[in-house]
Design a binder for this molecule. Sequence first.
Ligand SMILES: NC(=O)c1ccc[n+]([C@@H]2O[C@H](COP(=O)([O-])OP(=O)(O)OC[C@H]3O[C@@H](n4cnc5c(N)ncnc54)[C@H](OP(=O)(O)O)[C@@H]3O)[C@@H](O)[C@H]2O)c1
Length: 341
Amino acid sequence: MPDRHALLTGSTGFLASHLMPALLADGWKVRACGRRARPDRFPDEVDYRSVDLAEPDQLGGLYDGVTHLFHLAGASSSTSTDEEMHRFNVVATRNLLAAAPPGLERALYMSSTSVYGEEVQLPVPVREDVQPSPSRGYGKAKWESEQEVWAAAEAGLSVVVLRPVSVFGPGNVKLLGSAVLDTAVEAWAGLDALAVHDRPVEQRLVHVEDLVRATLHLAGHDTAVGHAYNVVAEEYPSSHEVARVLAGAFGMTVELHEDPDGGPAYDERAALHREMLEQGMQPDILLTEQRFRFMRKSNRNNRLSIDALLGTGFRFQHGDLEPAIGRTIDWYRENRWVLTR
Ligand SMILES: NC(=O)c1ccc[n+]([C@@H]2O[C@H](COP(=O)([O-])OP(=O)(O)OC[C@H]3O[C@@H](n4cnc5c(N)ncnc54)[C@H](OP(=O)(O)O)[C@@H]3O)[C@@H](O)[C@H]2O)c1
């Protein structure tokens, strides 16, 4: 097989912590970038460059020898303002694509299903060829970034766009990761019951290994070029079902509440969190001010079509979410990202 050389942006982030080893195991050469200094955990064979993609003069030599771009760098609302999201998604993508050499074989962009938005009712299940209507800063930034990608496609670049939902798995510090931390904090407090809003909200999730497999699959699939692909598990659990899995893993039961803000207040949770850190818990998972932040948002466009992805021959391996979430919680425990008394 001819040399395949990946440029992996966002390499210091969650998704890339799974994609990088998968690329190496599959025989790719990898040049990786992020803004921070080279992480110690990166294998020697990875050529790492520290660059801010929003600064076009920092991109020199980044593509030397590269055959495929895997563009994962980006910023989300968990840690960034709207202005930062614009700069680190849209401006960064524009700069990166402007520097792409004519011989680049393929550019894969990690977009998001947040581009569809939740204010305008779209035909459901939402197909990739609808006109998106993003509602919030993050979705708007990802959609504007996609416009940069589609413009590059018009100019002749072979592009593939992935649109994953909330991704979970080992190393995830936001979203479901934060919900696991919320549960661990309350179990640490000695509570037997996990308070959850009585109005169920349908969730959509995908395991990081399935997303990595879909990315590699589409990188080599001939007919994928010029298309976008939703990536979501076929099962849509309710917030109550997810809460039961979380509660069960920490020996608790779910208690339904009329008040969406039922359960301990932020100050109390933050104090317990500090205590856990003092007891040796790793600080990686984000403690959100709002409990179960990611499980609260209902979305009229929640259901997504995955016919396009399945049509390429791709099959999910972690479609059964309950055991997949359970294994993720085991990983957090083993790595002391959460503590149990
Ligand atoms: N995680 C999810 O559930 C999910 C769902 C849908 C879509 N996505 C998309 O998938 C991509 C990866 O997500 P993730 O969860 O792995 O993100 P993450 O953990 O927050 O990592 C973000 C990465 O982007 C890099 N980055 C940000 N701004 C940059 C800039 N200006 N120049 C260079 N590098 C920059 C960061 O580098 P440093 O930290 O070194 O600065 C880091 O490596 C993102 O584009 C995200 O929008 C994620």
